[in-house]
Write a protein that binds this ligand. Structure first.
Ligand code: KIV
Length: 276
């Protein structure tokens, strides 16, 4: 088993080997996903929605991130673990950004951090990279800016926005980012960015032309029924599987069918008799 490093991820682009990335927020899922062979695990601030039930990622704190990154790292042997920098952990000052990025590696065990934004964070990305911390950029639909963007919409459809996204991607590479996530951008724009950059692009709702793909694990496993984003493909229906299993458990408990003899512990009859 060879540990995935940032060098391996860069090499995958050079060799044309697609990069697989999924989100993980806890030890159990991290173990399963790592053992299945995913290249990168993202402890996304989407944990705010998926694990904590918030409407947006904005309430997620550094303490939330540290707690979940630690749990994920305990379950991983091979995958490269990337930790999201939560809202307000890198926007206030470069000094705070470097300190918070450092905590995600030093205290929690991540191997890289991800932050949202382009040219406006050039200085921040440079300083974090200078501290020896690998950075993944995140462009297109940046959920921490949901109120500025006016909702969760496809980005970069107009000429000015597409040119800005391309310039942002080039700036991130120039500042030392080793990969960039492209979220909800037209396929043709994501392919253009991918062709222009020497570092890998990882798409989510950005089409097949990216160097890799990322999805929220609970979405691709079909944990939550109902409306899903156009780009989500459900590879399983965990909601149905879990609901069926739990209903069987409830009815077996109610019918006293569970636990059976095979699930129960025996004791010596002689010891038992002494209790009467
Ligand atoms: O937080 C997250 O899960 C993400 C992915 C959507 C890329 O940033």
């Amino acid at each position: 088993m060879k540990k995935v490093t940032t060098a391996v991820i860069r090499e995958q682009k050079k060799l044309g080997q697609p990069i697989s990335m999924l989100t993980a927020y806890d030890y159990s899922f991290a173990r399963v996903l790592d053992e299945a062979g995913v290249d990168m695990l993202l402890v996304g601030d989407s944990l705010g929605n998926v694990m904590l039930g918030y409407q947006t990622t904005l309430p997620v704190t550094m303490e939330d991130m540290l707690h979940h990154v630690k749990a994920v790292c305990r379950g991983v042997n091979r995958a490269l673990v990337v930790a999201d920098m939560p809202f307000m952990s890198y926007q206030v000052s470069i000094e705070e950004a470097v300190r918070n990025a450092g905590r995600l590696l030093q205290e929690a065990g991540a191997q890289a951090v991800k932050l949202e934004g382009g040219q406006e964070f050039e200085g921040t990305v440079r300083a974090i990279v200078k501290a020896g911390i690998p950075v993944v950029g995140h462009l297109g639909l940046t959920p921490q800016a949901v109120h500025q963007l006016g909702g969760y919409k496809v980005q970069g459809k107009e000429e000015a926005a597409a040119k800005k996204l391309l310039a942002d991607a080039r700036a991130l590479e120039a500042c030392g980012a080793f990969a960039v996530v492209l979220e909800c951008v037209p396929e043709a724009l994501a392919s253009k960015v991918t062709d222009e950059l020497g570092i890998p692009t990882i798409g989510i709702g950005a089409g097949a032309g990216c160097d890799g793909q990322v999805l929220v694990t609970q979405d691709m496993l079909g944990l939550f029924p109902g409306n899903k984003a156009k780009f989500v493909k459900e590879y399983a229906n965990l909601h149905e599987i879990i609901t069926g299993a739990v209903k069987s458990y409830i009815s077996e408990v109610q019918a006293r069918k569970y636990p059976g003899a095979e699930h129960s512990f025996k004791m010596d009859e002689a010891v038992l008799e002494k209790l009467y």
